[in-house]
Design a protein around this ligand. Structure first.
Ligand code: ADQ
Length: 236
């Protein structure tokens, strides 16, 4: 049984999401660690030096790709739509509290893969020369299976994530979908294994109640709070 981890997952969020997830199941059978390759397509670490008030300072930073995220609302069934997937970074963070110098294979009995599953908004990296709206539209189709017009994307916020270390630009959109626009079960492309999770507005409201913990990023919480403030029927 998974115990509570410092600063980590409150298991109920993931377990609830797992019960209502649609799509291909993830079966993780082995996890191991190794050093970063000399050149990564995804991240570039470096040191930034600067003088502030005559003092020399330095910050170790990681350059990352920008991202788009979409809060999806299915108006046919009055449900918010999220995605559930294994995130190696979350897994590493949670298991590493107990094993800070981990290298090589991980004992999956001690640290089950379930630790690394997150509930998130549909999202993607800005890794092609297209508009943010176009990239968001593609991610909705690939991950959640809805074919929507690009002009259905409404900007909620644009902000930067991880400003202490990485500072990628994040564009957060809202998009309403209906059952007629569902053309596939989603699940991701290539080797992605992404489950689609539908949540009632009452469940989503419980998720953002003060004091709750999730192991995903802040965008889901921010998006749902924005939705409850601006879009949800007033009785919700
Ligand atoms: N670091 C990495 N190492 C190796 N392979 C990698 C990688 N990052 C991505 N990939 C590969 O690229 C594929 C596509 O990734 P996505 O574009 O869906 O972005 P992701 O969902 O990870 O991040 C989206 O969601 C997160 C969380 O919400 C946002 O922070 C982010 O900006 C947004 O793009 C992944 O399935 C993986 O194969």
């Amino acid at each position: 049984m998974i115990k509570f981890f410092r600063g980590g997952l409150r298991r109920v969020c993931c377990s609830d999401a797992k019960r209502s997830a649609l799509g291909r199941l993830s079966n993780i059978t082995r996890i191991w660690f190794s050093p970063l390759p000399a050149k990564s397509k995804w991240i570039q670490p470096c040191t930034v030096h600067y003088m502030e008030n005559d003092q020399q300072k330095e910050t170790h930073i990681v350059k990352v790709l920008d991202g788009v995220l979409v809060l999806l609302y299915n108006k046919s069934r009055d449900k918010l739509i999220f995605v559930r997937q294994f995130r190696a970074s979350v897994y590493q963070a949670l298991m590493n509290y107990h094993q800070p110098t981990a290298t090589g294979d991980v004992d999956l009995q001690k640290f089950p893969p379930e630790l690394g599953f997150t509930l998130e908004l549909c999202a993607g990296q800005v890794d092609k020369d297209k508009s943010l709206e176009d990239i968001a539209r593609e991610e909705i189709l690939e991950e959640c299976g809805y074919d929507v017009p690009v002009d259905s994307m409404q900007t909620i916020y644009q902000y930067r994530s991880g400003v202490g270390v990485s500072s990628g630009a994040q564009a957060l959109f809202y998009c309403e979908v209906c059952d007629e626009q569902r053309v596939s079960s989603g699940g991701g492309v290539d080797r992605e294994v992404i489950q689609v999770v539908e949540m009632s507005l009452d469940e989503a409201k419980k998720l953002v109640e003060t004091g709750n913990r999730t192991n995903g990023g802040p965008a889901l919480l921010v998006g749902v709070m924005w939705f409850l403030l601006n879009k949800a029927p007033k009785s919700t």
